[in-house]
Structure formats: C-alpha cells, structure tokens
Design a protein around this ligand. Structure first.
Ligand code: MTE
Length: 322
C-alpha cells in the first residue's frame, strides 16, 4: 500500500463552525443511541456523557486481551478518503457528516431496500466484541467494537440462489473527503472504496457490522457511522462508512486488487506463510507496545481465528488465493 502524499490545505470555507458541527454530531449520535434503545428524555444526557451505548452485552468470540488505548485506536488510522498519513483521518474527518445516513441493499436479494441507519439498528441489538485487527502493513491492535453480526442483516434481506458474493461500497463525496479529490492525498486509488466477501464468509458469525468502539459511537476516523470488521482478514477488508451492500454472482473487483493485484488478493486472509511482495507477514508490531526494545509478535494464521474460520477454505491453495 501506501504512497505518501502531502495533505492539502483545507479551505476556510470548508470548515464547519463548531456549534453547527456539534449539533450535527449530536443528531447523528442521537439517531444511533435512539436505535440502541435510549428513550427521548435520556438522549441529551446520554449523548453528552461520552455518547455511550447503554447496557451492552458481551458478544461471542470476544477476546480477553487488553485493548489498545482509545487514543491509539482513534488517532493511528487508515482511511484514505481523508489522507494516507496515519494522523490524517483524525485530523481531517472531524466535520464529516454521518447523519442522516442510509445504507442501500441491492442486487440478488428478495428484499432490496434503502435503510436509514437508525431503522436498520432497530432490528439488530448491539453487543461488544473485543477483536484483534491485523493490518497488511504488519501492525496490529486490539479493539473493543460495538456492533451486530453481518449475517443477521444478510439473512433478513434474503439473498437469492444466485448471490455468491457480497460487495460493500464506501461513500463517494469528494467535497467532504479530501482524499477523493484528484491529484491530492488519495494515494492514487479509484473511488469509491469497494470491498467484498464470499457469501459464506459474510455469513460467518465472526463478521461484524460495527457502529461503535470502546462503548461509544464510532468516531469518524474509524469509519462512522457503520463499518465492517472481518477480524481474520487484513484490515483493508474492513471497509468503513458503508453506503451500499450489493449481493452479486461474480467476485467483486475490490479497491486494492484493482490498485495492485500482484500485491493484494481478494481473500486477504491473514497468513504468516505468504509474504507481501515487499515485506514479511510473519510478525507484527502491536500498536502501543512499540518501544525500541519490545519484541514483535508472531502473526498467527487467520489472525488467531483459525479454529473458527479455517474450514471456510478447505481444499483451497491459500498461496494462490491470497
Ligand atoms: N475503508 C475505507 N473506506 N478506506 C480506507 O482507506 N482502510 C482500511 C480499512 N477500511 C480503509 C478502509 C485499512 S488499510 C485498515 S488497516 C482499517 O480500515 C483500519 O481501521 P481503523 O482505522 O479503525 O483501525
């Protein structure tokens, strides 16, 4: 991945006055919190108090590992729509409008629909799951996500027998996303950002649609208001700020495969035995532990989730389908 370009200057006219920004953020959070079951009278207090989700239950597969600090999780990000530097997303995504937000369900499904996010969340109780996230750049984090299983949504929209893959699309909005403007800091990617899963991968109970982390509404830089989390695959599969979920017959052409199919594959399962052409994938740096003397950690097959997911790939040559 990951050519570095200089961030552009943001024009003063693009900067939303703080009171309007706070009001928008409040409305966004209020929508999500209302869907999570907070009553109207409690909303202002809850939204002010760190915008916490109430009564989260622990979901299955949650790890006992110590989470990476909130600060690192929310300030060391990849979100190329806001720039390719690790600090760019937290710096440039503050004014990103995530309310109102809708997600279109299209393609090979019996129940296509355009959902307002808060309506979508009414059907799906939220839970907390602490997952490892392994970036293809050989660093990792442990993140306490808030979300619901992707498969619950897939089941509800009833894929037809022709649906073999699921394609996810991020918002396209160059006015809000400086990385999508030509020639600036978007690292030469084609927009919008697209990712995909095989239908059986999307149905795996580990795959999560996340709307929060650390018990709070998702910060913009982490993919607000709704993003995918596929913990056994490299982090770039976990697409952010999703506006469309399309069920299709053919394997989707995903952003990183399109950018460089020699370096990035469709499957992108975490695999210490298959190096990236330009670096090893055998070990990883855990963000927050990276003093000069801290040893790297060994990368585990499927990012440590092999017991749960290896059977999805029985009989496949994972060197070929990397
Ligand atoms: N989604 C979009 N739309 N754009 C991106 O640039 N980066 C990916 C993924 N999802 C990315 C994206 C990469 S490379 C990683 S490692 C994770 O988001 C990082 O998620 P985090 O910032 O919440 O840790």
């Amino acid at each position: 991945m990951f050519h570095i370009r200089k961030p552009p200057d943001i024009a003063a006219s693009e900067i939303t006055p703080p009171e309007i920004y706070r009001r928008r953020r409040f409305l966004r959070d209020a929508g999500i919190l209302a869907a999570a079951g907070i009553t109207g009278s409690l909303l202002p207090a809850a939204a002010d108090a760190g915008r916490k989700f109430p009564n989260l239950r622990k979901g299955p597969f949650s790890l006992d590992e110590k989470p990476t600090s909130y600060k690192d999780v929310t300030s060391y990000n990849n979100f190329y729509e806001f720039g390719s530097g690790k600090g760019d997303p937290s710096e440039h995504a503050g004014n990103f409008r995530t309310f109102p937000w809708s997600v279109a369900i299209e393609g090979e499904v019996k129940k296509p629909a355009v959902y307002q996010l808060e309506d979508l969340l009414k059907h799906h109780p939220l839970e907390e799951r602490v997952y490892r996230l392994r970036c293809v750049e050989a660093w990792s984090m442990v993140v306490p996500w808030v979300g619901f299983p992707l498969r619950d949504l897939v089941r509800r929209v009833e894929p037809t027998s022709r649906a073999k893959y699921v394609e996810f699309t991020t918002l396209l909005d160059p006015a809000q996303m400086p990385g999508q403007r030509p020639g600036l800091l978007g690292a030469g990617l084609d927009w919008p950002y697209i990712e995909g899963l095989r239908l059986d991968e999307a149905m795996h109970p580990l795959a999560l649609l996340a709307v929060g982390l650390y018990g709070e509404v998702l910060p913009n830089q982490n993919g607000a208001p709704i993003r995918l989390v596929v913990p056994w695959k490299y982090g770039f599969k976990s697409i952010k700020s999703i506006v469309k979920i399309r069920f299709v017959e053919k394997q989707p052409l995903t952003t990183w495969v399109r950018a460089n199919s020699r370096e990035y594959g469709f499957y992108s399962n975490v695999n210490p035995a298959v190096d990236h052409p330009r670096w090893s994938q055998a070990a990883e740096r855990r963000i927050g532990e990276d003093s000069l003397f801290s040893p790297k950690r060994k990368t585990l097959p499927f990012n440590g989730y092999a017991d749960q997911v290896a059977s999805l790939y029985t009989g496949m040559d994972l060197k070929k389908y990397f």
